[in-house]
Design a protein around this ligand. Structure first.
Ligand code: NAP
Length: 237
């Protein structure tokens, strides 16, 4: 759990991603096959350390992610608890046959949406066993409000953010990311999908938070960084 300056409590939020050397999370066509086996093992262990895992609707539409933990990455007999799955979608326009809804319906799935989502679609999500959380009037889900509800009503203390680009951008703009675990793959993405699509233009690097390296490691042909985010400008010594 993290307590903001104004006393708001929310889960500790870690952003996880695999990126290209030029900072893309997928190619223009949505190819995001960046992680090697060692890196996937690390990702699945990271999922197991968190109480919730969250993505934007764009990631569901492109990847049809299941967001579950694969037991093959753990020693036999290891007790695995899958995190609660959360999809952020203001419009509710994700298909009802998305794997996050149909695969392992015993794992809780929360659809975080707004009043833009039709009452018919809300009912269909509920009928499929999902929970529906209304977070604002739109046009986008109020992320700060969502985090407070997750902590207060769902007792979620830790959350893994797994993209995509727009959700990463808006989460960092709201100062809602505490740490990043990123693995860099030795390829270029070209004019693909950026790691962060910020909701504003930055005129100077002073407007950027700075990222303190807490840890780093080589995983096969990838390099992994664990970064702590400071929401103040970097000072170069
Ligand atoms: N390499 C990696 O580690 C990695 C990981 C994850 C994803 N990806 C890639 O990322 C790409 C998808 O990224 P994306 O930017 O298109 O989609 P995204 O960030 O996954 O989802 C964005 C969508 O979420 C909804 N949303 C609602 N409230 C929002 C808010 N406050 N802030 C931001 N979004 C909000 C909006 O859709 P509604 O209209 O539904 O409201 C928005 O269009 C895919 O190519 C995927 O493969 C890569």
């Amino acid at each position: 759990m993290v307590s903001n300056n104004n006393g708001e409590k929310r889960p500790k939020i870690t952003l996880s991603a695999a990126i290209t050397l030029d900072g893309q999370i997928a190619s223009l066509t949505g190819d995001n096959n960046l992680s090697n086996t060692e890196d996937w093992r690390r990702v699945h262990h990271l999922r197991a350390e968190n109480e919730a895992i969250m993505v934007g609707s764009g990631t569901i539409l492109t990847d049809d992610s299941k967001l579950t933990i694969k037991p093959e990455y753990f020693e036999s007999g290891h007790l695995i608890k899958n995190p609660v799955r959360i999809v952020v979608t203001s419009s509710g326009m994700i298909p009802l046959d998305s794997r996050i809804i149909t695969f392992r319906p015993d794992i809780p799935t929360i659809i975080a949406t707004t009043k833009k989502c039709s009452s018919i679609k809300k009912k269909e999500f509920l009928r499929k066993g999902c929970e529906v959380l209304l977070c604002g009037e739109g046009p986008l889900v109020n992320l700060r409000h969502l985090m407070m509800i997750l902590y207060k009503d769902y007792k979620i203390n830790s959350l893994l953010l797994e993209g995509g680009s727009k959700l990463n951008g808006n989460m960092i703009a709201e100062k809602l990311i505490d740490e990043i675990q990123v693995s860099i793959a030795p390829v270029l993405g070209g004019n693909g999908v950026p790691f962060f699509s910020l909701p504003y233009a930055m005129n100077s690097l002073d407007q950027s938070p700075f990222f303190e390296i807490l840890n780093h490691k080589i995983y096969g042909d990838m390099i992994w960084l664990n970064l702590k985010i400071h929401y103040k400008p970097r000072s170069i010594k």
